[in-house]
Design a binder for this molecule. Structure first.
Ligand code: GLN
Length: 626
């Protein structure tokens, strides 16, 4: 099946995207390039496979027929639309706006400008926290020294008065300026909240004085810019939401504040979390602190880069197909994607609702563990969050792994895998064996289908979720003549090229005539991928160990083919499709660039995953960073 120029125009109308006619030939070839990789799904045998019940079984088709829209209230503005427990894809009324007006000629609203933030300033050298022997910068010494300590040590110091939350906020903000801000810095942090964070710090200090126990007392934290915060912008790296300030806090933000953490700023990301390099941000690319000529990975690259650069010990990101684990691997830190349903998505701007989860970055396994313990838990505001046994993510590093079976899935170690990555994985497996674990070769036969499946399902859900960004309620921009002109200029000029591609692709695979061939089939294969995991965990395997990514961080600008970029998630997207928890941790370096090892566990078994991760971190010691 191939997509023609008239298909692209038709799909654009369904998606209410005004396309510049000059872009159509390039879009036709890009979309056909992507769709060619989906053909493999047509050949998959589907023995009695039902639609995956975690997907969207009753999804309505996209047709040229209008149905009444679903009304958002302010508080659910970012939530996926749901009815009777199912995510809804609203059908579109193509009779309303006539979409033949193009944005002003020669005007690319998306390029060039970036928003100056409060954090610009001179950019002294930052140091790579994973390399020893670096020279201290001006931002060292008390209270800066606390930023380099484990979260547990910080909480203890705050509780016994050796340092104050105010000092910590101050130190973190100074490091944003010196290491993570824009211009010549990493461009990892988009906005900061000095006044609000200082006020939070005072409130935390008052609670410390009263003796209130707080698991994250005085811990500064950075948050990806697609998680709603009342005091800071939530731009999603997009022109269309530039300057948008949410009227509410995401549930994870409320939980962090209750636990004594202080949100100091928001981090750069690929637009609407679509990407693997943080180059798709309208605010410009983020750079990898280990080597600033390279990408930090994505889409949560800002959070990963900031943690790796020592700005804060922990940060929040979001995961749809690997956006926490992959940048964690590229930057040499820990990144965790919890079980789907473990953490509330309320206030996380929806990308692909059946895959999205808030994730955690930490310099160390235990730091990420502390944050996950705080943000996890059922939330009445997110119908897909679940009651689950409480998390125990913190474990003794010297614990024995005797009785623990670690699976080594052959599909994640293909013949084409970089032999240096394979060798580092072998070292990790050997150390785990030395700590008592049994290593067993296992097979997850549908692994290779994950990327084609993901790039049908994620764009399909995204095309529905992003339909709300109609340029009227969000990102108001007065362009053109009258409402219609404004509307179109906004919707076409407001999204960057990758988001535009995904909306078109998603609308195409959902449209009448292609739905069965693409969308339904992808749902069925998703079920097969999920069953692969269920089967292997049912045989007594506790966790799987794999490489996180097939390569180390690539140079900024090096990957221009969309599908090649998609392959960055070849080892991570499976866990999102199956809803299982997974994490990445540093296991060594190649030519100075970090390599991540991935652990994947059964649904809601974060406990075992963290137990193995904690032991592996201890067993590798400094070898994880060289
Ligand atoms: N890189 C993948 C994508 O572009 C995953 C993104 C994510 O996890 N948010 O969709």
């Amino acid at each position: 099946m191939t997509i023609s120029a008239s298909d692209v125009r038709h799909v654009a109308v369904l998606a209410r995207l005004a396309l510049n006619e000059e872009r159509v030939p390039a879009l036709v070839s890009e979309l056909n390039g992507i769709l060619a990789h989906m053909e493999v799904l047509q050949r998959v045998a589907l023995p009695d496979v039902m639609d995956n019940d975690r997907g969207m079984p009753s999804l309505s088709l996209r047709e040229d027929v209008a149905v009444p829209g679903v009304v958002d209230t302010e508080r659910t503005a970012f939530a996926p639309m749901m009815r009777d427990g199912f995510f809804l894809v609203p059908q579109l009324d193509t009779h309303k706006p006539q979409l033949d007006v193009l944005p002003p000629k020669g005007k690319d609203l998306h390029r060039g400008r970036r928003t100056p933030t409060a954090v610009e300033g001179p950019q002294p050298q930052w140091k790579d926290p994973n390399r020893s022997g670096t020279t201290p910068t001006a931002a060292e010494g008390p209270p800066f020294v606390w930023l380099d300590r484990d979260v547990g040590a910080v909480v203890d110091a705050v509780n016994d008065g050796r340092c104050t939350p105010g000092d910590l906020v101050h130190a973190a903000l100074a490091r944003v300026t010196s290491r993570a801000a824009g211009r010549d810095g990493l461009n990892a942090v988009l906005s900061v909240d000095p006044v609000g964070a200082a006020r939070d710090a005072e409130a935390v200090q008052a609670r410390v004085v009263r003796g209130t126990p707080m698991p994250l007392a005085g811990v500064p934290i950075l948050v990806k810019d697609n998680i709603a915060t009342r005091r800071l912008p939530t731009s999603c790296g997009s022109r269309i939401l530039e300057g948008y300030i949410s009227p509410f806090d995401a549930t994870v933000i409320r939980r962090l504040r209750d636990a004594g953490a202080m949100v100091v700023g928001k981090t750069n990301m690929d637009e609407f979390a679509m990407g693997s390099s943080t180059e798709n941000s309208v605010f410009g690319p983020t750079r990898n602190p280990v080597d600033p000529t390279r990408v930090p990975g994505g889409s949560s690259g800002g959070s990963a880069a900031a943690v790796a650069a020592g700005v804060t010990a922990v940060a929040l990101g979001s995961e749809t197909g690997g956006s926490v684990r992959q940048p964690a691997a590229f930057c040499g830190i820990v990144g965790v994607k919890p079980t789907y349903g473990r953490v509330s998505r309320f206030g996380l701007v929806a990308f692909a609702s059946s895959l999205d989860q808030v994730g955690v970055f930490g310099r160390r396994v235990n730091d990420a563990a502390r944050v996950l313990e705080v943000i996890a838990g059922v939330d009445p505001l997110d119908a897909t969050s679940v009651h689950a046994p409480p998390l125990t993510c913190r474990h003794a590093p010297d614990a024995s792994l005797s009785g623990v079976v670690i699976g080594r899935p052959v599909e994640y170690f293909p013949g084409s895998l970089d032999p240096r990555i394979r060798a580092l994985c072998d070292v990790s497996l050997e150390r785990l064996r030395a700590r008592g674990a049994e290593i067993r070769d296992v097979s997850l036969p549908h692994t290779a289908l994950a990327i084609p499946v993901y790039y049908i399902l994620a764009p399909a859900e995204a095309s529905s979720n992003l339909a709300r960004f109609d340029g009227v309620r969000y990102g108001l921009r007065l362009e053109g003549n009258g409402l219609q002109g404004m509307y179109e200029a906004t919707r076409s000029g407001g999204f960057g090229p990758e988001v535009t591609r995904r909306i078109l692709l998603g609308t195409y695979v959902l449209s009448a005539g292609y739905y069965d061939a693409y969308y339904r089939r992808a749902q069925a294969v998703r079920a097969l991928i999920t069953q692969d995991f269920e089967r292997v965990f049912a045989t007594g395997v506790h966790v799987l160990f794999t490489p996180t990514t097939p390569t180390t961080a690539f140079p900024v600008g090096a990957v221009s083919d969309p599908y090649e970029m998609y392959l960055s998630d070849i080892f991570t997207a499976t866990a999102n499709l199956a809803g299982v928890p997974a994490m990445s941790q540093p296991i060594g370096r190649i030519d100075g660039l970090p390599v991540g090892g991935q652990l994947i566990a059964a649904r809601f078994d974060e406990t075992t995953m963290f137990r193995v991760a904690t032991v592996l971190e201890d067993a590798l010691g400094q070898d994880a960073h060289r």
